[in-house]
Design a protein around this ligand. Sequence first.
Ligand code: HEM
Length: 73
Amino acid sequence: PRRLQLYNWHKWAGVAILALSALRLLWRLLRRPPPPAPAPRWQLAAAHVTHALLYLLFFAVPLAGWAYSSAAG
Ligand code: HEM
């Protein structure tokens, strides 16, 4: 029973993270951040790609957990 309870908490935490990520993405799209500090172009590009990948993981990780637990039944 303890194990099932921990799985449940884990799932709710994951779903909460998914919901918060959606809110964050919406906020980020609606309110543009200030322009970046001056930096070499490759650093601006690297920062951009890193952030995009981070946002991808915000969604991919909890969705993968959800898909896994749904498939496992
Ligand atoms: C930020 C979100 C999440 C993170 C970082 C995360 C991370 C993890 C980790 C590290 C494990 C252990 C894997 C292992 O034993 O090697 C795990 C297992 C598991 N996760 Fe998540 N998870 C997330 C979201 C979710 C969600 C949303 C669900 C379901 C709705 C879920 C369901 C499960 C289940 C059922 C297991 C057990 C798999 C098994 O050992 O049979 N996870 N998760």
